[in-house]
Structures are given as C-alpha cells and as structure tokens.
Design a protein around this ligand. Sequence first.
Ligand SMILES: [Fe+2]
Ligand SMILES: [Fe+2]
Length: 374
Amino acid sequence: MAALDERDDILGRARVRDNDDLRAYYDDLAGMETGALWTVANDIEPWEPNPSSAPVIWRSRDLRAQVLRSLELVRPEDAGRRVVYLRNPRRREVSAACGWLFSGIQVMRPGEAASAHRHAASALRFIMEGAGAYTVVDGHRIDLGARDFVLTPGGCWHEHGVAEGGEVSMWQDGLDIPLTNALEANFYEVHPDNFQSSNLPPNDSPATYGGPGLLPENDGWAKPYSPLLVYRWGPTREALENYARVTDGSPHDGVLLRYANPKTGGHVMTTMGAAMQMLRPGEATRAHRHTGNVIYQVAEGRGHSIIGGVRFDWQEKDIFCVPAWTWHEHANASGSDPAFLFSFNDFPVMEKLGYWREQALEENGGHQAVTANG
Ligand SMILES: [Fe+2]
Ligand SMILES: [Fe+2]
C-alpha cells in the first residue's frame, strides 16, 4: 500500500495499516477479482484533481522543419492525413497532447486533397500558414487563410485540400479523440465516394451566419454545434481590439473572447470550446487554475507563460498546454505590440457534467514562484 499522505491520516480517510492478516485477506480478495476499497480509496478519490499531463511547449522553430519533412515522406492518400501529432510525455498511451485532447500539425501542398471521412470525435483547426487551403464540412466548402479557425464537428463528413496555385499550408488540428475513446464511443467511416459532392455555394456558412449579431430567420438549424463553421482572423482581431478599448479585461486572461455558436451563444461544439485572447502591451496576468485542459497556439507576438511553476517562453506559432487544475499566468514580452493567443479546451464537458471549478492564486500578488524553465 502506498505511504499515507499526511493529510490522509485523519478520521474520514482510509488509514488502515498493513499486517499479515490483512495481506492474506487482500490476496484472497484479489483471487476473486475483488479488493478492499480502503486500499485504493485515497488514490481514486484525491483531495483535488491530480492531472495526468505535463505542461509542455512545442516550439515552431523545432517542429516546423520536421512537419515539412513529412511532405517528402508520405502522400496524403496513403497517410489518410499527413499529421505530426503532439504527444504529452505523460499521455503517450492515449496519444493525447493534454488531458483527453489530441492535437497535431497537418501539412498539405498545392493540388493535394485528402479524401473525406467522418468520426464521432469532433475536430477543429487553426490555420498556421499558407494560401489556398480549404475544407469541406458536410458539403459546405470553406476557404481558409492564416489564423482562421474552422470547425469539423463530430459526425460531419470532412475533407481538406490546398488549391492548385496555392501555397504549402499548415494548420493545427485539435480533436477530442482521447475523450471519445475513453468513453468508448468513437466511430470512423470513409466516404463511399472518397470525396463529397455538393451544390452548395462556396463559403455559404460564413455568408449566412458571419454577420455580427445577425441571424437568418427560419433557417431550420437544429444541430448541436455552431452553424458558423469558420471564424476569420480579421474580424476576430478587430473584435478584440474594440473590446480592449472598453474593458479592463480579466485578471487571468487579459482581453479574451470566446468563439461562440451564434444560435445559442454557447460553445462552438458539444465537447470542445475555443477562444482568442489579447495580452495588451506589457500585460502580465495573475495566476489561476481550473478544471479542464487547454491547448494554446501563439497567433501573434511573443511572451511567456508560467504553468505549474515552469516558465515557457513563446513566440508566434508555438503551441503549449495547460493541464487541468494547474496554476497558469501569461505575459506579453512587448511593451508596444499586443500578443494574441488562440486556445481550445474541453470546458463544455466540464460544464455539462457539473465539474467546472476555478480558483485564483491569492499568494504573492497572484504570481507563482518560477522553479524551472521549460
Ligand atoms: Fe477527421
Ligand atoms: Fe485559464
């Protein structure tokens, strides 16, 4: 039995000491596929969440060349998707980047097209670079540019490509595959015709739902995810600049806007949410922690985040993660320019299950002691 946490040596926690009679009893129970709860109770009922993931940064200066290298090594029609996935060193067994979230970097060259498929898991993408990239979601074609955010909700047919005459394009994928697998609810299908055919006009989703505060009447949309399938960078950045002029922002996140389902105001998909936040010039936030996992990509600027006491310096296109219930704070390194952080998370799951919890760091003016550099 593991050594008792000193806080566990109290009435109300399991604090039974081993002896020969008990060890014999545990052996007999184990032979019947049973066990004494008090031998595991304190582990399976921790005082507070004990995240299984490490805080990690994946720096673009190290990773970008390796992602480009895959262009020479595999074809999308053989790989299915040409993706280098981000593996948390403590979540290798479930191929997660953080908690129950998967992430990877996908690269395609002009003229390439990856065939259509669908899965129960939901997906999102944040475009990192390139031109001419597109995705088709249930027949809705969406043309994509740098820093656009696009949805491929669970159950939707989807395919990606880069138009002839475009540029090599790269984007970050975010999926809830580990969660869906943990819940043993994932399905995967290849499209019977390999590619979708559709008579819908290109970019009909943003043309219909992309007007700020404006919705079509009687559109009949009843699906559990946002009908706006793409959130473009230009209006997103402008919205943050406007909001920054009239708000003090959050002490923990600076100026943050959540990507919202325009029909409900809620999260964009059932299992994953996403946000874009602006750290004003010179801004350093105070630390907080909360349930739910978050994966960030630096959309613009440079700075650092302190996550669980470890300082991670970042710049554009770097990706880093904040595990559940881990203290974190962010700082913009520039005194003259804003920094922008894209992020996605599993907050909808936490909220729907009633598990959302948040705490501000009170000590030391809300700042962590830095114990290491990551
Ligand atoms: Fe997919
Ligand atoms: Fe946070």
